[in-house]
Design a protein around this ligand. Structure first.
Ligand SMILES: Cc1ncc(COP(=O)(O)O)c(C=O)c1O
Length: 397
C-alpha cells in the first residue's frame, strides 16, 4: 500500500458525514508502518499495553474491546473485593450505571457542576465506604489532589479517563491516582474501537486479562479487512465502503469480547505518541471557539492550572430549545455530538432507583449542554459552530 494514498484517505474531509473527519488527526504513513509490521496482533497489542501503562504511571495495562468493557471488568473486580456500592456521576454515559449494577454493585449517583461538567470536589470528598468512579468529563481533569487524598483515606478510586487520555492537573497526569483507571481509544484518539484498564494491582490485571475474552476479529488481515481497506483507499468519499469497514470493525457493543482490530491498534499506537500534540490542538480549538463566541453562549470550562484534553467543547445554552436546535444542526452537519443525551442521564437515574429531581444540575446539563468533538476540526468548522451557536443561542432571548 502506498503511504501517500493512506495519508490522503485518512485526512479526507469528505468522510465527515460519517464522522471520519477525526481521521484528519491520524498520521496515515505511521499507522501503516504499525499495520504492516511483522509483529503479530498479540505482539502489537502488548506493545500498546506497555505504552498505556507508562502513560498512566501504572504497572499494568490490559487492552479491552472498549472503555465500557474495561469498566465492566473493574466493577466485577470491585464486587470480588467485597465492595457493595459505587458512586458515579449522574450525567454521563448511559451504560455505566447498568454495567455496575449488572456486576452486582449498588449505584449511588452524584450531581455534576454545570460549569465544569464534573462532580465538584466537595461532593466526592464526602464519599465514604463506597467505591468512587471519578470521571474526567470532556477531558477536563478533576482535582487530582483531592482525589488522591480520598484514596489515601481508604476510598477505592476508579479514574475514568475515557475522555481524558494525556490530560494533566497541576502537571500530574490523570490515570495514576486510584486503584484502577479506564481508558477509551475513541474519544481524543481516533480509533474506532478499543479501550484499556490500568492498575498497579497485579491481581486485578490478571483477573481482567483472564476474563476480558480474547477473541481477535477473525479477519484482521483477512478478506473483510483487506477489502475494506482497499475500498477506503480507492473511493474515500463513497458511503458503501464505510459500511463494509464497520462490518470489518464488527458491530460495537460494550459487552462483546472482541479486542480492538489491528487497524485500531495501529491508529492508537500512532496517536499515543502524539497525544500531547493532539490535546494541545484541541485546547487551541477550544480557545478559538471561545473567542469566536465572544460570550454569546457560555461553555464548560476546565479547572485552572490544568491541561485539559478538551475532547469535547461543552456549549451551554440559556434555553433548552436552543440547545436542541444546535444539537440537531451540528449533528446533521456531521459533527461529533454523540455524548451524554438526556436519555443517558435518565437511564442512569432509573437504574440507580433514584429520582431526577435529586440532580438538578444534571437535569440542566441534559437539557442545555451540547458537547461537540474538537479533534480534527478546521478553522472553517470552528467558525461554522460558533456562527450556529450564536444564531440559535440568541434567538428568542
Ligand atoms: C465517561 C465515559 N466512560 C466510559 C465510556 C466508554 O468508552 P467506550 O466508548 O470506549 O466504550 C464513555 C463513552 O462514552 C464515557 O463517556
Amino acid at each position: 500500500m502506498n503511504p501517500d494514498v493512506w495519508a490522503r484517505f485518512l485526512s479526507d474531509g469528505s468522510f465527515r458525514k460519517r464522522k471520519a473527519y477525526r481521521y484528519r488527526a491520524v498520521d496515515g504513513a505511521r499507522v501503516k508502518t504499525f499495520f504492516d509490521s511483522s509483529e503479530s496482533d498479540d505482539e502489537l497489542r502488548l506493545r500498546l499495553e506497555e505504552r498505556i501503562a507508562r502513560a498512566a504511571n501504572a504497572d499494568h495495562a490490559v487492552v479491552t474491546g472498549s472503555g465500557l468493557q474495561a469498566f465492566s471488568l473493574v466493577s466485577k473486580a470491585l464486587v470480588q473485593r467485597a465492595q457493595r456500592e459505587i458512586a458515579l456521576q449522574a450525567y454521563t454515559c448511559r451504560q455505566l450505571a447498568p454495567l455496575a449494577r449488572e456486576a452486582g454493585l449498588r449505584v449511588r449517583l452524584l450531581d455534576v457542576d454545570l460549569s465544569t461538567g464534573n462532580v465538584s470536589s466537595g461532593a466526592f470528598v464526602a464519599q465514604k465506604g463506597r467505591a468512587y468512579h471519578a470521571i474526567h468529563s470532556f477531558g477536563n481533569p478533576l482535582d487530582l489532589e483531592d482525589l488522591a487524598s480520598i484514596a489515601k483515606r481508604g476510598t477505592t478510586v476508579v479514574e475514568d479517563c475515557a475522555h481524558a487520555l494525556g490530560a494533566r492537573f497541576h502537571g500530574r497526569p490523570v490515570g495514576g491516582v486510584g486503584w484502577a483507571s479506564i481508558f477509551s481509544f475513541r474519544k481524543n484518539l481516533s480509533a474506532g474501537s478499543g479501550g484499556a484498564l490500568t492498575t498497579s494491582d497485579a491481581k486485578l490485571a490478571a483477573f481482567a486479562r483472564a476474563t476480558r475474552g480474547n477473541a481477535n476479529p477473525s479477519d484482521t488481515r483477512g478478506a473483510w479487512g483487506k477489502r475494506a481497506l482497499a475500498w477506503k483507499m480507492r473511493r474515500p468519499s463513497d458511503a458503501w465502503p464505510y459500511a463494509l469497514y464497520s462490518r470489518y470493525e464488527y458491530s460495537r457493543s460494550e459487552f462483546d469480547v472482541f479486542l480492538p482490530s489491528r487497524l485500531d491498534t495501529a491508529i492508537t499506537l500512532d496517536q499515543l505518541g502524539r497525544v500531547d500534540e493532539i490535546n494541545a490542538q484541541n485546547r487551541s480549538n477550544a480557545a478559538e471557539l471561545e473567542t469566536l463566541l465572544g460570550g454569546a453562549v457560555s461553555a464548560v470550562v476546565p479547572l485552572p492550572d490544568c491541561e485539559s484534553a478538551c475532547t469535547r467543547y461543552g456549549f451551554v445554552f440559556a434555553r433548552a430549545d436552543a440547545a436542541k436546535a444546535f444539537l440537531r444542526q451540528a449533528s446533521d452537519a456531521g459533527f461529533e455530538t454523540g455524548m451524554h443525551y438526556a436519555d443517558d442521564f435518565l437511564q442512569n437515574v432509573r437504574v440507580a432507583g433514584s429520582n431526577p429531581e435529586h440532580f438538578p444540575n444534571s437535569v440542566q446539563a441534559s437539557a442545555r449542554l451540547v458537547p461537540v468533538g474538537l479533534s480534527g476540526l478546521s478553522e472553517g468548522d470552528l467558525r461554522w459552530l460558533a456562527d450556529r451557536a450564536r444564531t440559535v443561542g440568541t434567538v428568542g432571548n
